[in-house]
Design a protein around this ligand. Structure first.
Ligand SMILES: Nc1nc2c(c(=O)[nH]1)N[C@H]1C(S)=C(S)[C@@H](COP(=O)(O)OP(=O)(O)OC[C@H]3O[C@@H](n4cnc5c(=O)[nH]c(N)nc54)[C@H](O)[C@@H]3O)O[C@H]1N2
Ligand SMILES: Nc1nc2c(c(=O)[nH]1)N[C@H]1C(S)=C(S)[C@@H](COP(=O)(O)OP(=O)(O)OC[C@H]3O[C@@H](n4cnc5c(=O)[nH]c(N)nc54)[C@H](O)[C@@H]3O)O[C@H]1N2
Ligand code: SF4
Ligand SMILES: [Mo]
Length: 675
């Protein structure tokens, strides 16, 4: 940290806790209390994935931190719910109102009538599951399942491999075959791009599986442009071909896997012809993929999160992750699968930051928030506390959530840095600090890095961190125990309890990534965390999935409309974060042939609709889409369309087969002219 006398500026190092696999270490130049410049840190123990580059969103994040739309004070609702009419108030008044209402709700309906809603706004360990958990658990609030993202894929990875982490992304440079399956690194994890490019320079073959011709798909040797939601039949057909052509690694399977015969029998149902029909991918391409995967080595599959967001998305992801076991693509650098470094990498290294026992009983699945809020008469939720999330913009079945938020007998608190779509429906809005303004302990899910940050600047306006707010609520609701510590260090120490020596390391070196060099080779350095240490190809948890293990739930043809609507990530936002900076309106994309069929032209105002809702937007023609697929980016705000509705107004709230996850890419709709 250096201070230049002449400019009175200094550079502070901060870990980026946005929901992004890459976990960059940022160099933040601060001048007179304001952020002047944000760039990649260049010194110290950076993890190797970062390579001195950060994304444009965060490089420009000073506009978010010091922007006009930043909330400065707490607000109390004045007008109708949703009208966005508020008056500012003191923190004391806001917290007193919240404490009173939460106590009243608990008194009348029981403490479970308070629902905590948080998800991906921050991946930091101090902003989620620390003081917030202490408050909600001690209060007795409803437990929740946070399934909006990664629940199906973590369940799939866990079922097959236990808590074995995927390969280090940097090791894909050594792969002779790189498969990008339902992932778009140019947008959603930019540091994988140079790694894949290095692999290509070394002569690697690239295969992309995606309904869109993404940047990498356009450069791929083979692009399988499948129907959304059909990954399971595709992966099972590839496995079937591997078995049939003698390219399965029977020695590996014998030694390291279980359930092989039953899995093989399930795959046998998927001939290339049948899979071609289910996926819309030509049979020859399926055979070509199986041939490449069976012959090139080392082969790596980067599986993204585009796959899981469908009714068969959990098992679809599991079937993809099974492929390296079938072909024996493990045991060498550059071979294996990369999914989430996730909890597996941190097994035994980190504990929960909050040691308060959880509340017993059934949890509310947040992918069905609309149902929980709009349960009709007898609804069980009477207060909702939203932080690290913008559910009206990002959760399925938007109209049902809106109906819930409009309930006069629902008390809604939203804690955020800006007035999000959800905040417009709040009774009390609390201004939140950004990660430049509070301390954070940050664990990566793409790189093996753990970083501790201290604030780079003082809180903007009167904003407060999640930690501060929940500690206040613990106190005001009389939940604090005599002599109990409530400082941030308490939670950091608890999280680091399994490896306390790291605390000094983290504190002394400012930001460090103790495991930056951790590049495990599966089946050499690490093994499956399943009960018997083998890859489980017939997991017990799949038995209760609809249709049982490896069953593909075919979509009802036309159910909800003839077009499949997908909503992938864009480079301008992180989910809905920074949405206030995106100048709208944002168009809906269709393949030119689908537009022609409907007599629609570029730039025309259209209505995309199904039984759940409708979105009005300008049309753009995109020949990179698979015909039959419509696309509206994820993370849009009401202001980005012509009727204030976004993709989630069309997204159903049914759940994935495994993991109970949201099915964002399982929406169907039709599109007609609006003018
Ligand atoms: N800039 C930016 N970066 C982000 C995010 C962001 O919003 N913006 N979000 C972060 C978060 S929360 C996450 S979870 C990750 C997500 O990052 P990714 O894994 O890249 O996920 P998506 O963008 O949802 O989808 C990736 C690809 O899947 C394709 N796809 C859609 N449906 C299917 C399908 O059924 N099968 C297959 N095979 N492919 C399909 C889409 O066309 C898309 O190109 O990125 C993180 N990084
Ligand atoms: N249609 C469609 N919708 C999707 C998806 C999709 O593919 N399609 N993908 C989904 C995915 S992958 C994800 S992960 C979810 C994420 O959806 P959400 O969980 O809603 O996450 P974000 O939109 O990133 O962030 C929500 C808010 O958290 C706030 N925030 C950030 N840091 C803090 C903090 O320290 N304190 C407080 N109080 N607030 C903070 C931000 O300002 C932001 O407004 O969206 C999902 N939504
Ligand atoms: S959002 Fe991702 S790429 Fe951008 S700075 Fe943060 S960790 Fe790095
Ligand atoms: Mo996500």
């Amino acid at each position: 940290m250096g201070t230049t006398e002449a400019t009175m500026s200094h550079v502070h190092r901060v870990a980026c806790p946005l929901d992004c696999p890459d976990s960059c270490t940022l160099a933040v130049e601060v001048e007179r209390g304001r952020i002047r410049r944000i760039d990649s840190a260049t010194d110290g123990a950076l993890h190797p994935l970062q390579g001195g580059v950060i994304c444009g969103k965060v490089r420009r994040m000073a506009e978010h931190v010091h922007g006009d739309e930043r909330l400065q004070t707490p607000l109390l609702r004045r007008g109708q719910k949703g009208a966005g009419e508020f008056e500012s108030c003191t923190w004391d008044a806001a917290l007193e109102r919240i404490a009173e209402r939460y106590a009243d709700v608990a008194h009348r309906h029981g403490p479970r009538a308070l629902l905590p809603v948080s998800y991906g706004g921050s991946n930091g360990l101090l902003t989620q599951d620390a003081a917030d958990a202490l408050f909600f658990r001690r209060f007795g609030a409803s437990p929740v399942d946070r399934t909006l993202c990664a629940a199906p894929s973590s369940s799939a990875q866990g079922a097959l491999y236990g808590k074995m982490p995927g390969m280090s992304l940097v090791d894909m440079e050594h792969s002779q075959l790189v498969v990008l399956w339902g992932v778009n690194p140019h947008v959603s994890g930019i540091h994988l791009v140079p790694v894949v490019e290095r692999a290509l320079e070394r002569g690697a073959t690239l295969v992309v599986v995606d309904p869109r011709a993404t940047s990498f798909a356009r450069r791929a040797h083979l692009h399988l442009q499948l129907e959304p939601g059909s990954d399971l039949p595709l992966a099972l057909a590839i496995a079937n071909l591997l078995f049939q052509t003698g390219r399965a690694d029977s020695a590996f399977l014998e030694r390291h896997a279980r359930g092989v015969d039953r899995f093989r029998a399930a795959c046998a149902a998927w001939s290339p012809e049948r899979a071609a029909k289910a996926t819309g991918v030509p049979r020859e391409q399926i055979e070509q993929f199986a041939e490449l995967y069976g012959t090139l080595s080392p082969a790596a599959i980067r599986c993204g999160w585009g796959v899981e967001r469908s009714r068969s998305g959990g098992m679809g992801t599991a079937a993809i992750l099974a492929l390296p076991a079938i072909a024996g693509h493990f045991g060498r650098r550059g071979a294996g699968f990369a999914m989430s470094a996730g909890s597996g990498a941190w097994r035994g290294q980190l504990a929960d930051a909050c040691d308060e026992p959880g509340v017993e009983g059934p949890a509310v699945n947040l992918s069905r928030l609309g149902e929980a809020l709009d349960g009709g008469p007898g609804a069980a939720v009477f207060a909702v506390h939203v932080y690290n999330a913008n559910p009206l913009a990002t959760f399925p079945n938007q109209e049902r959530i809106r109906r819930g938020l409009l309930r006069e007998d629902l008390f809604t608190v939203v804690h955020d840095a800006v007035l999000t779509d959800t905040a417009l429906y709040a009774d009390v809005v609390l201004p939140a600090t950004t990660f430049f303004e509070h301390a954070e302990l940050q664990r990566s899910y793409g790189a093996f890095a753990l970083q501790l940050s201290t604030p780079a600047i003082a809180p903007v306006g009167e904003s407060r961190s999640n930690h501060q707010v929940f500690v206040e609520l613990v106190q005001r609701l009389g939940l604090l125990r005599p002599g109990e510590r409530t400082d941030e260090a308490r939670f950091v120490e608890a999280a680091l309890a399994p490896r306390p020596e790291r605390l000094d390391l983290l504190r002394n070196d400012g930001l460090v990534a103790p495991d930056a060099g951790f590049r495990p080779v599966a089946f050499v350095d690490i093994f499956p965390g399943t009960a018997d240490g083998r890859v489980n190809l017939w997991p017990a948890e799949f038995e209760t999935a609809p249709g049982g293990p490896w069953h593909w739930q075919e979509r009802t043809p036309g159910g909800g409309g003839p077009l499949a609507l997908i909503s992938p990530a864009t480079s301008r936002t992180t989910s809905s974060t920074f949405g206030q900076r995106v100048r709208g309106p944002v168009p809906l994309a269709l393949h030119p042939s689908d537009a022609t069929q409907r007599g629609l032209v570029e730039g025309q105002l259209v209505r995309a609709f199904n039984d759940l809702g409708e979105v009005h937007a300008r049309l753009t023609l995109d020949s990179n889409l698979r015909p039959g697929v419509a696309c509206l980016p994820k993370g849009l705000w009401a202001r980005h369309t012509h009727n204030g509705r976004t993709a989630n107004a069309l997204v159903p709230d049914h759940l994935s087969d495994v993991g109970g996850g949201a099915c964002y890419n399982d929406a169907r709709c039709d599109v007609v002219a609006l003018e």
